[in-house]
Structures are given as structure tokens and as C-alpha cells.
Design a protein around this ligand. Sequence first.
Ligand code: NAP
Length: 284
Amino acid sequence: MSRLLFALMLSASTALRALPRRALTARRSAMTMKEGATTVVVTGASRGIGAAIAKDLGAQGCNVVVNYAASEGPAQEVVAFIKANGGDAIAVKANMAEIDEVKAMFKQVAAEFDGCDVLVNNAGITKDGLVMRMKPAQWQDVIDINLSGVFYCSQQAFNQMAKKRKGRIINMSSVVGLFGNPGQANYAAAKGGVCGLTMSNAKEFATRGVTVNAVCPGFIGTEMANELGEEMLDKVKSAIPLGRLGQVEEVAGLVRYLALDPSAGYITGHSLTIDGGIAIGSGF
Ligand code: NAP
């Protein structure tokens, strides 16, 4: 990546807000999930990319577990959208940084919906700062949610998928996990760790017919990106070969392919970029 892009991403990233940790309260819907349909767990599905993935998979007729940490209202809106568009869904509150809350969520999935078929590890936060000024808690919170949460969920989901001898796990990484970024040592370490974990889990889980892949988005037009402001966004776009931010629906389309398409059953251990060309650079 060019120096210009790194500088832009640094300025952009320091504007991002961090999210606090929350406690678990399972919230159950009275409805019954569709029998025989693919059951999908999407972490961090109340907003942004996760909400788009949940809606997209719900529209394919999946049973969707819409996980959230704090945004109950938006999570219930995602559930309502899915129910109105061909799928079934429930919202489950659980902090991905807390293993007991993750275990409780998957226990609920097993008890009510015959286990998880597809896991999308999407939940993530940023707590940016230059490495020499980064507080231990700033480092740890990002590692706990963005990396340990993926590990906890993968263990729980694989336990259910192994019994079915099939399953697909999609981990949301970032181009920052591939190339690093000033001001985001914690985020880069977590997202790079997700790519390594993806490859290791792909090797371990293959014997049970479970594939594991990572998706590495560049700049996607979520609330995070909109906080950058118009001027900064114009600069960011000028450094992207395709000249625009990505849309959440585009990331959701890639996840849908990895999650449901028969031909994706032969893809595992891969980290796919979806970034408008950031990875190849904007040229001279
Ligand atoms: P976002 O709009 O900020 O949404 C984050 C989601 O994660 C929310 O649903 C939030 O739930 C949930 N979440 C946060 N902390 C959680 C926790 N402890 N436990 C469970 N859920 C939690 O983020 P986004 O832009 O859609 O990003 C989604 C994923 O894509 C993240 O992993 C991010 O790192 C990655 N990504 C994003 C971009 C981009 O440009 N946007 C680029 C590369 C990678 P609440 O609403 O309940 O807090």
C-alpha cells in the first residue's frame, strides 16, 4: 500500500469510536424456526455489514440468529426484515469477548434450532491509537472481541457442525490484517490473527466436512465510514482504484457465496479481499 493510503487510513481510523463491553441477556422469540432450513449464526448483526449479511441470508430462506451486544432495537428490526422476506430469525444478545455468553448462545442454537450450519464471525470494534500511546485495555478489548470471540464461536460452532459432518465458517477480517496500518496495531494484530486462525481451523475442521474462510474488506460504507466526513471520504476514494467505497450488500453477496453456494464447498483456508483494489494499490 502507498504511503498516501496509509496516511489516509490512519487519519480515518483515529476518528472511529470504540464500543463498550456488555453483559448477556438471551432474548427469545416466540416463533418456531423453519424446519430443514440452513441455520446461520451472524455475530454483530444489528448494524452495518453484519445486518446486511443477516438480511441477505434470511432472504435466501435461512434461519438466522441475529447476535448483538447492545443495539436491541436495530437487531429486532433485522429480525422483522428477515421474517418479512422469506426467512426466520431471532435476536440473541451476547458479548463475543465473554466465553460463557458465547457458550450460552450456541446452547440456545442447539436446543431450539438443531445446531449451527453456517457461522459468520462478523462482530468487531476499533479502539485506535498510535502504538506508543496505546493503553493495555485498548489493546486487550480489540483482541478480546475481534480475535478471541472468533476462536470462542468457532469452537462452539464446530462442536455442532462436526456431528452433522458439514458446515461453513466465514470470518470477517480486514485488509488492515493483511498489510497493517498506523494507529491500528491492536486491530491489525487481531485481524491478521483471524487470517491465521482461519487457515489453522480450515486444516483441523476439514476432516468433518467443515470449510473455514476469511473475508477481508477495504473501506465499506457503514456508520464507521460515514463518521470520516465528506472531505476525508473523498481522499479515501481517490486512493481506491475503483474510486468508491464498498457497499455492505457487496460484502454480503460474497459471504452468501461462501456460505451457501455448492461450488464454495471446495474453497477452504482462504482470505478473500473485497476492497475496490486497495490491495493492488492505485498505481502511479
Ligand atoms: P459496525 O457498523 O460498527 O457494527 C459492528 C457490529 O458488531 C454491531 O452489530 C455491534 O453490535 C457488534 N458488536 C460490537 N461489539 C460486540 C461484542 N462485544 N459482541 C457482539 N457483537 C458486538 O461495524 P461494521 O463496519 O459493520 O464492521 C463489521 C465487521 O467488518 C467488523 O469485524 C469490522 O472489523 C469488519 N470490517 C469493516 C470494514 C468497514 O470499512 N466498515 C472494513 C474491514 C473490516 P451492537 O450494535 O449491539 O454494539
